[in-house]
Write a protein that binds this ligand. Structure first.
Ligand SMILES: Nc1ncnc2c1ncn2[C@@H]1O[C@H](COP(=O)(O)OP(=O)(O)OP(=O)(O)O)[C@@H](O)[C@H]1O
Length: 260
């Protein structure tokens, strides 16, 4: 982890999000340090996407404050947004454009033009050196995710937001994407990701927050959470084959009930 002097790039404090009568997020608070991968974990409907949407200023929130690189997202939305990169869904890209055209398009939109050499270098870095002329729609899921990660970081944002980045990928593509995410972290960016995979959280996240029913129930490193709870009777009761994992801690903290 390359955390620099505990500088928070993202600060969420007392966040509350409601949709009509539905309370989606209640008094959520956490911070993401410079140069760390922070995971937001929670069962279906826990409030992860609502929290990300509030950070991205896609929805108005009822209570609390959010600061990105020191900019309040409500007071200085343009500054805050310029400090963030968001991984777009693959459906957001025109499938008929080829990879080079997509990189050119988005570098133009973000105002950071890329030379031919720079594009080749980027393609090489993400293992797509021979795929520049391939249409986006012809790429595999893993390749599409790698292109969309590049787009999310094209303007060198301090904070990168990834909503379930590896869902649907095979183990090889998932590992490759983890390495890309770690490379982004190692360049000094902060990454906030959501995931349902406890294995992923243990493998790549420096710290995690577990959120349930719209509230944060735990924040720490995956190892510290396992160590703190490994002897809890609830954790031992759900553990399998004698080994306590982050998933056991997660289930013990959030319950076994399947959410709608
Ligand atoms: N646009 C909306 N209108 C009404 N209720 C909503 C809306 N979006 C989310 N909700 C509700 O807010 C709560 C939190 O949803 P949210 O999508 O933030 O959870 P999540 O943790 O991202 O879930 P998942 O893991 O299933 O994506 C849920 O009860 C959900 O039904």
């Amino acid at each position: 982890m390359t955390v620099t002097q505990d500088k928070y790039i993202l600060k969420v404090d007392g966040l509350g999000v409601t949709y009509g009568n539905v309370v989606a997020v209640k008094n959520v608070g956490f911070g993401v340090l410079q140069g760390e991968i922070f995971g937001l974990l929670g069962p279906n409907g826990a409030g992860k996407t609502s929290t990300l949407s509030a950070i991205e200023s896609l929805i108005k929130f009822k209570t609390g404050t959010i600061e990105v690189d020191g900019y309040d997202v409500q007071q200085k939305p343009l500054h805050a947004r310029a400090s963030m990169g968001v991984q777009l869904q693959s459906t957001s890209f025109q499938s008929e454009l080829n990879v080079i055209q997509i990189l050119q398009l988005f570098s133009g939109i973000y105002g950071v033009p890329m030379t031919k050499d720079k594009i080749n270098q980027v393609l090489d870095e993400i293992g797509l050196a021979d795929a520049g002329k391939k249409k986006f729609g012809q790429l595999s899921g893993g390749q599409q995710q790698r292109v969309s990660l590049v787009i999310a970081t094209i303007h060198n944002p301090k904070l990168v937001l990834l909503d379930e980045p590896t869902t649907g990928l095979d183990p090889q593509s998932r590992r490759q994407l983890w390495e890309r995410i770690e490379a982004i972290r190692d360049k000094g960016h902060s990454v906030l990701l959501t995931t349902h995979s406890m294995e992923e959280a243990e493998a790549v996240c420096d710290r995690i927050a577990i959120i349930d029913h719209g509230t944060v129930v735990a924040v720490d490193t995956p190892e510290a959470l396992i160590n703190r709870h490994k002897d809890d009777p609830e954790v031992i009761a759900v553990s399998r084959r004698g080994k306590v994992t982050l998933e056991d801690v997660f289930i013990a903290l959030t319950g076994k009930t399947v959410r709608a």
